[in-house]
Design a protein around this ligand. Structure first.
Ligand code: NAD
Ligand code: A1AUG
Length: 313
């Protein structure tokens, strides 16, 4: 950044407790903007604090929020199942599902479910262990708070009559906050496990009837307030085109026959709308412009000799 011309002291690393930092910056009259990555609850809190302080600022603070997701893989009857299995396992379970873009909802047509159940076998092959061992696919979740939150969804799944855990489900915090990659089958496409962000290795599958594909597509957008990432798997090009149009408000980053995760900054601008954020697209030229303050300048070379307009004389 220095090489690009940014003066020293403009960028500072200030490690702090989150709420103390947030309370401090939002109460400062000099706050010019916030570029936040994290949960909806925290972004809402910051926005509310700024609203409450609006009479005290020297500028209107600009706000960018990059928040959570309830990302989906939608599988059409024409899909290549192998690609669905491998893409879904990677998206849902790498980094133990702790990516805003991780897949946590899988919609599968009844006709493909017997084959798509290969998910379970692939899941069984994953080693979840020490990150220092290169054959570990993933490891523990970040901290006790995350462990408790994710575990509570697994406990909920064990008790809900809509839900059945078909793989994983064990949680163990003896030597680290380990949670098995877990696959849940839901009879109910609007069960809370299909709506809320879990931010952990829990994937929920809803099997739809082939003759209800349109209804299943409708569920993708109506089931959650998020719109971060999503993927459609189909070899039928007409269907892909149709899904792209129908699902356009469900994902800021939309994938065709690819997993819903792994966008590369500067190649795939990243971000989502609705409760997933302000969709300013990190990694795109639009983003940097949000933090600039353009000034228009005019200089006149013809003196103004009269106050009256020409038609007045
Ligand atoms: N859209 C994206 O690009 C993106 C990328 C990564 C993670 N996420 C989202 O982040 C969330 C997971 O992260 P988390 O659980 O750490 O979220 P979080 O909201 O609890 O915390 C995010 C960050 O904000 C800080 N923070 C907490 N309270 C604050 C406050 N009152 N004021 C200012 N800062 C505060 C935390 O210390 C942390 O650094 C998920 O919802 C995930 O989807 C989004
Ligand atoms: N760009 C990465 C991470 C985004 C959020 O953490 C992805 O698309 O998975």
């Amino acid at each position: 950044m220095k090489e690009a011309g940014l003066p020293p002291g403009v960028v500072n690393f200030v490690p702090a407790d989150g709420p103390i930092f947030g309370d401090t910056v939002t109460s400062s009259p000099y706050l010019a903007g916030i570029n936040f990555t994290g949960s909806v609850a925290t972004f809402n809190r910051l926005w509310i604090q700024i609203g409450n302080n609006i009479n005290n600022y020297l500028n209107f603070p600009r706000l960018i929020g990059e928040c959570g997701g309830k990302n989906y893989h939608f599988v059409h009857a024409s899909a290549d199942v192998n690609s669905v299995i491998n893409g879904t396992i990677r998206s849902a379970f790498e980094y133990s599902g702790q990516k805003c873009s991780a897949c946590s909802r899988l919609y599968v047509p009844e006709s493909l479910w017997p084959e798509a159940k290969g998910l379970l076998e692939t899941r069984n092959s994953l080693k979840i262990g020490d990150v220092a061992e290169f054959d570990s696919f993933s490891s523990a979740v970040i901290d006790q708070k995350a462990f408790k939150r994710i575990k509570s969804y697994i406990e909920f799944a064990k008790q809900s009559s809509d839900l059945k855990i078909i793989a994983g489900g064990l949680c163990d915090d003896k030597i680290g906050y380990f949670i098995e990659p877990t696959i849940v089958l839901s009879k109910n496409p609007t069960n809370k496990i299909m709506q809320e962000e879990i931010f952990g290795p829990v994937l929920t599958v809803f099997v739809y009837k082939n003759n209800e594909t349109e209804n299943a597509l409708d569920l993708v957008g109506s089931s959650t307030p998020y719109a971060l990432t999503g993927a459609v798997f189909a070899q039928d090009k007409q269907f892909l085109k149709h899904a792209l149009e129908k699902l356009k408000y469900t994902a800021g980053n939309f994938y065709l026959n690819d997993k819903s995760t792994g966008s590369v900054v500067a190649q795939q601008p990243f971000g989502g709308s609705r409760m997933s954020g302000t969709n300013d697209k990190a990694g795109s030229p639009h983003y940097i412009l949000r933090w600039t303050s353009p000034q228009s300048i005019k200089e006149t070379f013809v003196p103004l000799n009269d106050v009256k307009y020409k038609y007045m004389t």
